[in-house]
Write a new protein. Structure first.
Length: 250
């Protein structure tokens, strides 16, 4: 009888235990640039913390508009300048910005096409001029490439063959299906796309690094769990997955 009474007592205590004590639900909206790294890291975090993570993927500019427009999540992971913009709008908690990774811009061609030389700035310029069509994103890498082509003095000359993808649309997929011959995007967004040949990063003299950062939403439903996730993503154990995805920690 005593064992039965103890068992019933334990069951009653479990029934009264708040769900939050058993693990929180964390919603993260993140740039596609970080997708490969984050997807590899989430299972280990969930196992060690008991929390459940729901991921929403989109482009940096689309995410910025959604959060500015009132969408509520726990964690936002996008380019650092956009996090700063959302902090200025009080959508992200001031002081919560944490740098997770940095990445450069890569170049790819459709599988089966000749592989142009991209070993120097002049070589990249020639590759762009020679290509029948060129694609770049409407995110941080695309903004940079658009300015780079202007500095090279060829933006007007090639304007009729340039495609700028909508926010969240992968340049690699556009190249793979034949809508562009040459594509520029974050290295992490090109490495894992089938149907393209990744040529490599832009040469050092014209390379540009983007810092990817997290921020805690000002109205985050699970702020403490969100902080734990950010700590994990920015911790030493995350480095291997971040590098594997074509990025560098911090």
């Amino acid at each position: 009888m005593r064992r039965i009474a103890v068992h019933l007592l334990l069951l009653g205590m479990a029934a009264l235990t708040p769900v939050s004590a058993l693990g929180a639900e964390i919603t993260v909206i993140a740039s596609n640039a970080a997708k490969e790294a984050v997807l590899e890291l989430i299972p280990a975090f969930e196992k060690s913390s008991g929390h459940k993570v729901t991921m929403i993927w989109a482009g940096t500019e689309a995410i910025t508009k959604r959060i500015s427009g009132g969408e509520v999540v726990d964690v936002v992971l996008i380019a650092a300048p956009n996090i700063d913009k959302l902090i200025s709008e009080k959508k992200i908690v001031e002081g919560s910005r944490t740098n997770i990774a940095k990445s450069g811009i890569g170049v790819a061609v459709r599988a089966g096409l000749p592989k142009p030389d991209i070993s120097s700035g002049d070589a990249v310029k020639k590759a762009v001029l020679d290509a029948k069509s060129v694609a770049y994103s409407s995110g941080p890498s695309g903004f940079y490439i658009a300015e780079l082509l202007k500095k090279m003095g060829i933006a007007e000359h090639i304007k009729d063959k340039v495609k700028q993808t909508p926010s969240g649309v992968q340049v690699g997929e556009v190249v793979a299906r034949g809508d562009a011959d040459l594509g520029f995007q974050q290295i992490s967004e090109l490495l894992h796309v089938k149907g393209i040949h990744y040529l490599g990063p832009l040469p050092p003299e014209i390379q540009h690094l983007t810092i990817w950062s997290t921020g805690i939403h000002s109205a985050a439903p699970s702020p403490d769990a969100a902080k734990a996730l950010v700590k994990y993503l920015s911790g030493p154990d995350a480095g291997t997955s971040i590098r594997k995805a074509g990025m560098e920690p911090g």
